[in-house]
Design a protein around this ligand. Structure first.
Ligand SMILES: [Zn+2]
Length: 96
């Protein structure tokens, strides 16, 4: 049986969360303690992490397209690509 290292509650394996504390140690905690430690609930945390990942891949894709455009069509297209990449990044972080 896994126990929450913060409140001592018994946890099922799929409820246990790993949280790095301020000393860099990994604690096993429950969702309630996660919320009280981090200030956000676990679902919000997962949502933010996922959307950060999607933003990262969108920006990466734009950068690759920018490099491709600059290499095949010239530096002006690369400059347009950079502007579009920044626009995608701003839009994606705003949409969060
Ligand atoms: Zn707990």
């Amino acid at each position: 049986m896994i126990k929450c290292s913060s409140c001592g509650k018994d946890l099922a394996e799929n409820e246990a969360l790993i949280h790095k504390n301020s000393f860099g140690n990994k604690d096993i905690i429950c969702k309630d303690c996660f919320k009280s430690i981090t200030g956000i609930d676990y679902e919000t945390f997962v949502y933010r992490r996922e959307s950060a990942k999607q933003t990262f891949f969108a920006v990466l894709f734009c950068l690759a397209a920018t490099l491709y455009a600059a290499a095949t069509r010239g530096i002006e297209w690369g400059a347009i690509g950079i502007v579009l990449t920044i626009a995608v990044y701003l839009f994606a972080s705003k949409a969060r």
